[in-house]
Design a protein around this ligand. Structure first.
Ligand code: NAD
Ligand code: UD1
Length: 337
C-alpha cells in the first residue's frame, strides 16, 4: 500500500491527523524534528489506535534526510504540517520563520519533485486574509497578511500556485485553517504549548487549572454584540477529518485549490469563557484588559467550498471543543512528559 508522508507528525494537528489516517486504514510515515513536540505522542497514538505509526526524526530542511525518506518509502501524497506558528515570535525573529516555513517548504517541494511525488496537502491559515473587511471570509476574499508568520504562508501559497502552473501533474489542496482548538476525546493527545500560551484556549484551560491567576479578555469595545472579538473555532478532530476528506478529493482535482477549513460559525471571547465555565463546571477570575495589538474584530469562514470540493463539514460543537480541551488539560497538567 502506498504511504502518506506527514511532516510535523508529532505536532498538535499532525498527531490528530495521524490518528484519523490510521483509523481509516492508511499507511503512514511521520517525520518531525521535535522542535515543538514530543516523542511520547507516538505512544499515545498507539494507545488510541492500537498501532504505533512509522516515524523518523529529522528536519525537512535536510535534503539528504528527505531523499532518504522518499527512497525508503513508497510515498503517494504528502500532508505538510511542519513549521513554526507563533505570531509574536515571527515579529521578533522573522528570519527564523522565512527559513523554517518558506525555505523549508521549497526544499520539501524540490525533494518531492525529484522523487516524482506531486500530490500535496498544505497547512495554510486564515491569517493570510489579515484584517478582512467582510465576514464570512470566502476563498476569494483579499489576502493581506499583517505579520511575518502570515506572510510566510502567503508566499508559500504563491510558490505553490507557481509550481502548479508550471507542471499540470501537481495536485495541491491548500487548506486555510481558522482557529483549531480542543483535543482528542480520550485526552491522550492535545495541544502542548511551550511557556505562557498566547492563544485563547490553552490560556483558558491553564487558568482554570490554576497555573495562571486570571483569564484576561483582550478588548471589550469591539464592534460585536458583546464587545469582544469573534473567531471561528474548529475542533482539531474535525480538522483532522478534513484532511482525510482532502486526501480522498486529491485525485480528482486539477492544479491548486484553496479551501477554508472552519465551522462557519463565530463565537466571541466572552461566549467562550462563559460556556467553558458552564460546560466544565469550573470557576476562575476573568478580567477585562486592553485590546491586543493586531486583533481583528470578526473572523469566520464561509465553508461552502469545503462542502463542495471536499464533501466535508465540521460536526463537533463548541461544547465538545471546550469539554475536550479541559479533559486534556486535566489529564496532562504539564503536557507531554
Ligand atoms: P505544532 O507546532 O504543534 O506542529 C508543528 C510540528 O512541526 C511540530 O511538531 C514541530 O516539531 C515540527 N517542525 C517544525 N519545524 C520542522 C522542521 N523544519 N522539520 C521537521 N519538523 C518540524 O503546530 P500545529 O498547531 O500542529 O500546526 C501545524 C501546521 O498548521 C503549521 O504549519 C501551522 O502554521 C498551521 N496552522 C496551525 C494553526 C493552529 O492554530 N494550530 C492555525 C492555522 C495554521
Ligand atoms: C492566532 C494568530 C493566528 C493563528 C491562530 C491560530 C494572532 C494575532 N493570530 O489567531 O495567526 O492562525 O492564532 O489559532 O496571534 N484572547 C484573549 N485572551 C487571551 C488570549 C486570546 O482575550 O489570553 C483573545 C484574542 O484577543 C482574540 C481571541 O481571544 O480575540 C482568539 O485569540 P487566539 O487564540 O490568539 O487566536 P487568533 O488571534 O484568532
Amino acid at each position: 500500500m502506498k504511504r502518506i508522508l506527514v511532516t510535523g507528525a508529532t505536532g498538535f494537528i499532525g498527531s490528530h491527523t495521524l490518528v484519523e489516517l490510521i483509523d481509516r486504514g492508511y499507511s503512514v510515515i511521520g517525520i518531525d524534528n521535535l522542535a515543538n513536540s514530543s516523542l511520547d505522542v507516538l505512544n499515545r497514538i498507539k494507545d488510541i489506535t492500537g498501532i504505533r505509526p512509522e516515524f523518523r526524526e529529522g528536519d525537512i530542511r535536510d535534503k539528504e534526510f528527505l531523499n532518504h525518506i522518499f527512497q525508503m518509502f513508497e510515498v503517494d501524497s504528502v500532508i505538510h504540517f511542519a513549521g513554526y506558528k507563533a505570531v509574536d515570535e515571527s515579529v521578533r525573529e522573522p528570519m527564523l520563520y522565512y527559513s523554517n516555513n518558506l525555505i523549508a517548504t521549497q526544499l520539501l517541494l524540490e525533494a518531492m519533485q525529484k522523487n516524482g511525488i506531486k500530490k500535496l496537502i498544505f497547512s495554510s491559515s486564515c491569517t493570510v486574509y489579515g484584517d478582512s473587511k467582510y465576514v464570512p471570509i470566502t476563498e476569494e476574499s483579499e489576502t493581506c497578511p499583517v505579520n511575518p508568520y502570515g506572510r510566510t504562508k502567503y508566499y508559500i501559497e504563491n510558490m505553490l500556485r507557481d509550481l502548479s502552473c508550471s507542471d499540470s501533474h501537481w495536485k495541491i489542496l491548500n487548506l486555510r485553517y481558522f482557529n483549531p482548538v480542543g483535543a482528542h476525546p480520550t485526552g491522550l493527545i492535545g495541544e502542548d504549548p511551550l511557556g505562557i500560551p498566547n492563544n485563547l484556549f490553552p490560556f483558558l484551560t491553564q487558568t482554570a487549572i490554576g497555573k495562571r491567576d486570571a483569564m484576561l479578555v483582550f478588548g471589550s469595545d469591539y464592534d460585536t454584540p458583546d464587545g469582544t472579538c469573534i473567531r471561528d473555532y474548529i475542533h482539531v478532530v474535525d480538522l483532522a477529518k478534513g484532511h482525510l476528506a482532502a486526501l480522498e478529493a486529491l485525485d480528482n482535482i486539477q492544479g491548486i485549490n484553496f479551501i477554508n477549513l472552519g465551522t462557519g460559525n463565530g463565537s466571541s471571547v466572552l461566549e467562550i469563557v462563559n460556556t467553558f465555565k458552564k460546560v466544565n463546571d469550573v470557576e476562575f477570575i476573568v478580567e477585562m484588559a486592553p485590546r491586543r495589538k493586531g486583533d481583528a474584530a470578526k473572523v469566520w469562514a464561509d465553508t461552502t467550498k469545503a462542502k463542495k470540493v471536499l464533501k466535508w463539514k465540521s460536526e463537533l460543537t463548541l461544547e465538545d471543543m471546550l469539554r475536550d480541551a479541559w479533559n486534556w488539560q486535566q489529564k496532562n497538567p504539564n503536557g507531554y512528559i
